[in-house]
Ligand binder design. Structure first.
Ligand SMILES: [Zn+2]
Length: 388
């Protein structure tokens, strides 16, 4: 059990003395100085990892697989800053021939699709896009929202399962993901090289619900409908001798710098995001309902996307705690306009949504719906598809 030097009252939420992340963040712990374990990992990343040695390991890994299969590797791709940087870096600096694989969650924003088209052309790569059945997706969203207070099960399971299925089907054993989760959370530490495998999938991707569980929970779907969301069998992955790793385990990962590089080199464009200051126009730009996801987190845990971004900048010494607090107060926790669209898709009332969200509040945080103000709609919202 860790303690902090600051005395907190029974109802006060404890926060990291360095990055301000609250105790309602999953897996967070604090040391005697009140510094959180994510901050500790960040120090470790900058001070204790031999990045020259890691980069040499990256080269060896690539050479081990180069030219032996139809593609040197698979790069799972969302169109966001991290996966775009991953494709850019591996193609431009390491000359790999990847199959880039996207699992379309159904909520790509217009700028993301334009970016993707341009990036694939400029880098000269083969691109594989899969879009699951929208009617199934809607059922999955409603079910996981009601059960876990999180409607993104379909997206997270699909994004991590589907590229693994492609690996098995096309017999491409090497997969490169982008940022390691140690950058943001403490499910893994920076000193363990994080394998993006089924253990990790079950640890924090699938909310403890498998595709097989979902079949039993939802009316009118069968196992074939859920196949895109199912992690491949370990024996099938072992049969191709798979390796599924994060590029950020081998080269130091800096989301802000990476986004500057892809903007400059590829003309990748950011976009405004609900609940986020305009200077972070590179963060989570690929999803129409990101604002709702972040708002749900705010209701449940008392902090949103701006607190998360401010924590990264605080760790990097890029802003002062005062400035961070000012941004958090100004941007976090507004009721996003995109919630209207999500409720429209799901045929759900706002009362029901709020009731579900409130039933998942993490103590000691308390949510007060009366204090919530409305956020402004995003400029591209009129172009979003409203098909139910
Ligand atoms: Zn911290």
């Amino acid at each position: 059990m860790s303690t902090t030097v600051r005395i907190v009252g029974p109802n006060e939420v404890r926060r990291c003395s360095k990055c301000l992340l609250p105790e309602t963040q999953e897996t967070i712990t604090y040391d005697n100085q009140g510094v959180c374990n994510v901050c500790k990992q960040h120090e470790y990343k900058n001070e204790s990892i031999d990045w020259v040695k890691r980069e040499k390991e990256l080269r060896e890994l690539i050479e081990e697989y180069r030219g032996r299969y139809q593609y040197d590797c698979i790069i799972p791709y969302s169109g966001g800053k991290d996966s775009t940087y991953t494709v850019y870096k591996l193609v431009r600096d390491y000359n790999v021939k990847p199959l880039v694989v996207s699992f379309d969650h159904g909520f790509y924003r217009p700028q993301t699709m334009a970016n993707t088209k341009s990036v694939m052309k400029q880098l000269g790569v083969d691109y594989h896009l899969f879009t699951p059945n929208w009617k199934v997706v809607k059922k999955l969203m409603a079910e996981s929202l009601r059960r876990k207070g999180d409607f993104c099960w379909h997206c997270h399971t699909g994004i991590f399962s589907y590229p693994m299925q492609v690996a098995v089907k096309f017999k491409i054993p090497l997969l490169f993901w982008g940022e390691p989760s140690a950058e943001y959370t403490s499910y893994y530490r920076y000193d363990e090289k994080e394998e993006v495998d089924e253990k990790r999938f079950n640890r924090f991707i699938n909310l403890g619900i498998t595709a097989d569980d979902m079949v039993g929970m939802i009316e009118g779907v069968d196992m074939r409908d859920l196949e895109p969301f199912r992690y491949p069998a370990l024996k099938d992955l072992k049969a191709i001798n798979y390796r599924s790793v994060c590029l950020g385990s081998y080269i130091p990962w800096d989301p802000k710098k990476n986004s500057e590089i892809i903007k400059r080199e590829l003309g990748w464009k950011g976009a405004p995001v609900e609940g986020v200051p305009p200077e972070y126009d590179y963060e989570k730009v690929e999803c129409m309902v990101q604002g709702v996801r972040d708002y749900l987190k705010y209701v449940k845990r008392g902090f949103g996307r701006t607190a998360h971004l401010a924590s990264l900048d605080l760790r990097n010494g890029r802003i002062t705690p005062e400035k961070a607090q000012e941004l958090i107060d100004k941007y976090d926790g507004k009721r996003p306009a995109s919630l209207d669209l999500l409720l429209h898709y799901l045929d759900m009332s706002e009362e029901e949504f709020e009731k579900i969200a409130m039933s998942h509040v993490v103590a000691p945080h308390k949510h007060d719906p009366k204090k919530i103000k409305k956020g402004e709609p995003l400029p591209d919202m009129p172009q979003w598809d409203r098909t139910k």
